[in-house]
Structure formats: C-alpha cells, structure tokens
Design a protein around this ligand. Structure first.
Ligand code: TXA
Ligand code: MG
Length: 365
C-alpha cells in the first residue's frame, strides 16, 4: 500500500505563500488532503512540520514511514484553538490552563493524559498526548481546514537537523509527502519547549524558546528533566525522541567552550592540525570571532548579541556542513542568556557530547 502511494505521489505538490498573506484556497485544498489521510509539510514558527490527521491511525503510520522514524517515538498533536484541547486531553491542571492562556498560540508543547479518541499510533503507544497550538498563521489555517487535529513531527528524515526552510523539506521528503507548503524561513529555528504536565511539579522534557525562567515566572516551580543534558546511559530522557542521536551532521562535530579568545585559538590550532593531516575542516562561530580563523571553511551563526539569530541559523548551517562535505567540524559554544539551554542542547546532541574546554590547560582530549 505504502509502496503504491509512493509511486502515485512521486513528487509533492508545492504551494508557495507568505504568512502575511496566506493563500486560503490553497490551504483549503491542503486541509482536504490531510482530512483524506494524506501528508502535508507546513511551516510553523519553530520548524517545518510533517502533518497528518492526528485522529487517523493510518495517517500516523504514514508519517513514521515517510520520516523513517521508529514508531515508539510519539507525535505532537497540533491544534488551532485552546478549546480544542479538551477533546484530546484529560486531567489538564490549572497551571497548564494558565500557561495555555499566556503562551498559546506559540512555541510551547504540553503533555497530558490522553483521551480515547487519540489513537495509540499517534502517541507511540503512550497513554499521554503532547499538544501544541502554533502561532504561524499558515499553520493555524491549515489545522482548521484539516478538521482541527494535526499530528506533526519536524519535517526532516530521521537523524537530520529539523528543517527551517521549505528547501530543507524538499531535500528530505519530496517523494514521501503529498504536498509541501513553502511559507519562507521560520522565525525561531529550534523546536518547541516541551513541558510534561502528567507529573507535579511539571517537567521540561525539551528546552526551547520559552525557557525555564519564563515558565517559573508564569506558574511557579518547573523542573528540568535530568536526562536532557546527561551523557550517562543510565539517565534516560523522558521524551522518547530525545534519546535518539538527532541533528547530527555527517562530519564529526566537536564543541570547544571557554573564553572567546581561548576557544578561538584552540579551534584554529585544531583546524590547522586537521588540514595538515589532509582533512577538510569546518568551523561554526560567531560574527565576533569569524576573523580569527585563517584556515578552514568558516560559518558564522551571527552576532552573539542577537541570540535569536544564532538559534535561527543553527540547523541551516549544520545542513550546509553536510553539503560542503567537510570531514570534521569545530563549533564554539553558545551559552546565551535566553536561548542558551535550547541552543546548547541541540548542539551537544549534534556533537554526540564531544566537548573540549579550552580554558583547561592539561585536559585529555
Ligand atoms: O516545534 C515543534 O515542536 C515541532 C513543530 C513541527 O511543531 N515538532 C517537533 O516534533 O519537534 P518532533 O516529533 O520532531 O518532536 C517531538 C518530541 C519527540 O522528542 C517526542 O518523543 C516527544 O516530543 N513527545 C511527543 N509526545 C510525547 C509524550 N506523550 N510523552 C513524552 N514525549 C513526547
Ligand atoms: Mg524532530
């Protein structure tokens, strides 16, 4: 069945529009594709999503197949109004309602006990459901036209960085989906913050644009899942998807932390060694340091004072490293004030936890 589908839908239909002026007729058509069990990739404010009808088990199966994703890794259900929450989630605590009214629509996903109507295929067999109300207007219109409940993981093939432009989606999924909506580059560039409300106090399972400090200010204590930054095999992250090696470029990536000067000098020395050994080396840095690297292919994520730009450029540059065919990559660390947790979480995973501290003189590499 899936094979036949793949042959019929050899190339996805591409719809182009802007968030400021969404093409309602096209979105109605894309919504009908979703309602009929098809797959539509669409922009959100965080990253592009690969959508299917969340209440249709067959659509969820098709999502897993299209991404090449393990089917025990649950999907986020996207809604287009706060009222839509009650039909799929049970036991929504007061604190979560408060958060919904403050942060939705926006880059926040909340996890609750699921209701019967949500198929096991969508939640990877869990009895909880992750729910998000995205703020992107193209996304919210599409969700409405699709019937109100759209399951959507990031629209990358499993193991690649999440897509922040339609070109990334086309690269990964052009033959695996029915339609791709090109709404231009996304705003944030990192996936939503995930907060688990099936426990008290609630726990952050994935850091994002809405950070721990903001959440605590709004609803009091919110813990951070210790599995998020841990290298230990024994401390497993609670979100099934966080355990997979994600966001990984093909080249071996190493993060070099430390003061700006120490980190840049250490990276320059490491790059020099690699090039001498005949390897092609890439550097991920910032506008402040990009002139400090005489060798290697240099990519700046932007100015450190503009952390939203750093976040927005990260995945595109990890993809560019693949295209450039570098063998090794060294990246500066980006522990910026608001988005530092989210940026370093993604970067550390991309690096498979390889971090060198350039401030330490005699460390073993
Ligand atoms: O920003 C986003 O959240 C994007 C856009 C498209 O909305 N979506 C996204 O979905 O990042 P995905 O599937 O790539 O990541 C969802 C993460 C996975 O790590 C998954 O394991 C976790 O959420 N998750 C989903 N449902 C869960 C549940 N019931 N309990 C625990 N973790 C859950
Ligand atoms: Mg993903």
């Amino acid at each position: 069945m899936l094979q036949a589908d793949a042959e019929v839908h050899c190339h996805a239909k591409i719809m182009r529009m802007t968030e400021a002026d969404p093409d309602e007729a096209a979105l109605r058509e894309a919504g009908a594709i979703l309602a009929a069990g098809g797959l539509v990739a669409f922009p959100t404010e965080t990253v592009y999503g690969l959508g299917g009808n969340a209440l249709d088990p067959e659509a969820s199966r098709r999502i897993y197949a299209a991404k090449g994703r393990p089917s025990d890794n649950p999907l986020i259900v996207h809604i287009a109004s706060i009222d839509a929450l009650d039909r799929i989630a049970a036991e929504v605590p007061e604190t979560a309602k408060r958060l919904a009214s403050q942060c939705w629509p926006g880059p926040l996903t909340m996890i609750f006990r699921k209701r019967e109507i949500v198929p096991d295929e969508t939640t990877g067999g869990l009895d909880s459901v992750a729910v998000r109300f995205p703020s992107n207007r193209i996304a919210s219109l599409l969700i409405r036209y699709a019937g109100g409940y759209v399951a959507a993981p990031s629209a990358n093939t499993s193991g690649r960085p999440s897509p922040t432009t339609a070109a990334h989606v086309i690269e990964d999924l052009r033959d695996a989906v029915d339609c791709i909506i090109d709404g231009g580059p996304v705003e944030i560039g990192l996936e939503s913050t995930i907060v688990d409300f099936t426990v008290t106090p609630p726990v952050i399972l994935r850091p994002g644009y809405i950070n721990q400090e903001m959440l605590t200010e709004l609803i009091g204590t919110v813990d951070m899942d210790p599995g998020i930054q841990s290298e230990s095999e024994n401390i497993r992250p609670k979100a099934p998807g966080m355990k997979y090696r994600h966001y990984a470029p093909k080249a071996e990536l190493t993060i070099v932390s430390g003061t700006q000067k120490n980190a840049a000098e250490r990276i320059a020395a490491l790059v020099h060694e690699q090039i001498k050994a005949g390897r092609k080396a890439g550097i991920i840095c910032s506008d402040e340091t990009k002139e400090m690297y005489p060798e290697g292919t240099v990519w700046s994520l932007g100015a450190r004072t503009e952390e939203t730009q750093i976040a927005a450029h990260l995945y595109g540059i990890l993809r560019a490293c693949d295209t450039a065919g570098v063998d090794v990559i060294y990246s500066e660390a980006f522990r910026t004030p608001q988005l530092g947790d989210a940026i370093m979480n993604r970067l550390t995973k991309a690096a498979g936890h390889r971090i060198i501290d350039a401030d330490e003189k005699d460390e073993q590499i």
